[in-house]
Design a protein around this ligand. Structure first.
Ligand code: NAD
Ligand code: GLY
Length: 367
């Protein structure tokens, strides 16, 4: 079992990563001051519920915690204000008060939605993340919580840090392969923004990682969480540095938004977005094309079975328009996180729009 701390003063919290550690939930809750006096609402989705809800409930019941649950539908389309209202209704019916705690049991959708629900319920109550997807090593850490608006992803949200992240890696074994691949997009992102040696290690151990073999998968999650927690500890509310975590996201969110959150899944969109970022960086001289950053990025993503090409249905003009709406723009200007080399990125403003269009056209042809 591995532990690390997101260091945020009085809002600091532990991330606990290990195999078969769900049973430690009551002790970890108690260590965070959440006792059987606090009423709990577990939020999960309809795919995770049959797999893990009963187990979590019986662990909590045995430890004397009163709890209710709410099951949302699975997938990005559930990240809406109307689902948030339903979850809030369940919390009210279950008698949750200002001392109550929400528990997010699931992937990034459940985590983002539940976190935002906790941020707004009676002006804010604590919440706990129990991530069950690989991608959620990223989403469960750092306190960005949100729902989508039809015009843009994560537009309605808050910064609300969890009190605890309890990551039982055994839950990953039931993930469909496509979700495993998508999760690796965010693991690779952490390597690309922060550490060439971690990126090399991912390249070397792709097979072990895709098979979710220990100790490789535990180490990948630990390193990903460590990188994320270091960045978040330096810049909790994205005044500057935290934006580096958005590598690939300006392009990726545009594709997700244009497909109304029903086509590419988040990790896939980020993967293609990271290719676009690398191609753009080479074109405008942020990185030296001789360093082969775009070709290495493409090969690495392909090793993890991730898409690297913008699908045919997305037109460059429409993507550019969606990017203008993305909140990662600033003062109407597009903001991109671009690689300087493998393991280092730069935040770049004022990229000419015709360059972006050229890149979108190029990435539609990448193979
Ligand atoms: P998800 O929550 O939709 O989960 C993916 C699918 O896997 C769902 O169908 C779910 O039901 C299923 N599933 C979950 N756990 C399972 C398990 N153990 N076994 C079998 N099936 C399981 O998606 P995700 O990829 O985890 O998260 C994507 C979301 O995270 C996006 O909305 C994205 O915007 C958000 N995100 C947020 C942050 C952040 O910092 N808050 C960072 C990255 C991504
Ligand atoms: N996923 C971007 C962030 O957490 O800041």
């Amino acid at each position: 079992m591995k532990r690390l701390t997101v260091d945020l003063g009085e809002r600091s919290y532990p991330i606990v990563i290990g195999k078969d550690i769900l049973g430690q939930l009551p002790q970890e809750l108690a260590d965070r001051g959440i006792t059987s006096k606090n009423r709990l609402l577990i939020v999960t989705d309809h795919q995770v519920a049959p797999l893990y809800l009963e187990r979590v409930q019986s662990i909590l019941t045995l430890a004397g915690y009163e709890h209710a649950f709410h099951v949302i539908s699975a997938g990005e389309q559930a990240k809406t204000l109307s689902v948030l209202e339903e979850v809030t209704g369940s919390a009210l019916k279950a008698g949750l008060d200002r001392k109550s705690v929400f528990i997010a049991l699931g992937g990034g959708v459940v985590g983002d939605l539940t976190g935002f629900c906790a941020a707004t319920y009676m002006r804010g109550v604590p919440f706990v993340q129990i991530p069950t997807t690989l991608l959620a090593h990223d989403s469960s850490v750092g306190g960005k919580v949100a729902v989508n608006h039809p015009m843009g992803k994560n537009i309605i949200g808050a910064f609300h840090q969890p009190s605890l992240v309890l990551y039982d890696t055994e839950t990953l074994k039931t993930l469909p392969p496509r979700e495993i691949y998508a999760g690796f997009a965010e693991v690779i992102k952490h390597g690309l923004i922060w550490s060439e040696s971690f990126t090399d290690w991912l390249e070397q151990h792709a097979e072990n990682l895709l098979a979710l073999q220990s100790p490789y998968i535990d180490e990948a999650i630990y390193q990903g969480c460590l990188i994320k927690s270091q960045v978040v500890s330096e810049d909790e509310t994205e005044q500057g540095k935290r934006a580096i975590l958005n590598l690939g996201h300006t392009f990726g969110h545009a594709m997700e938004s244009l497909s109304h959150y029903g086509g590419l899944i988040h990790g896939e969109a980020v993967a293609i977005g990271m290719v676009a970022a690398a191609v753009l960086a080479e074109r405008i001289g942020i990185c030296d094309p001789n360093q082969n950053v775009s070709s290495r990025t493409i090969e690495l993503l392909k090793k993890f079975q991730l898409p690297v090409q913008i699908p045919a249905q997305f037109q460059p003009d429409a993507l550019l328009e969606a990017m203008r709406l993305d909140k990662k723009g600033s003062g109407g200007k597009l903001v991109f996180v671009l690689p300087k080399s493998i393991g280092a990125v730069e935040i770049v403003r004022d990229v000419p729009e015709d360059e972006v269009i050229q890149v979108l056209k190029l990435v539609k042809e990448v193979e």
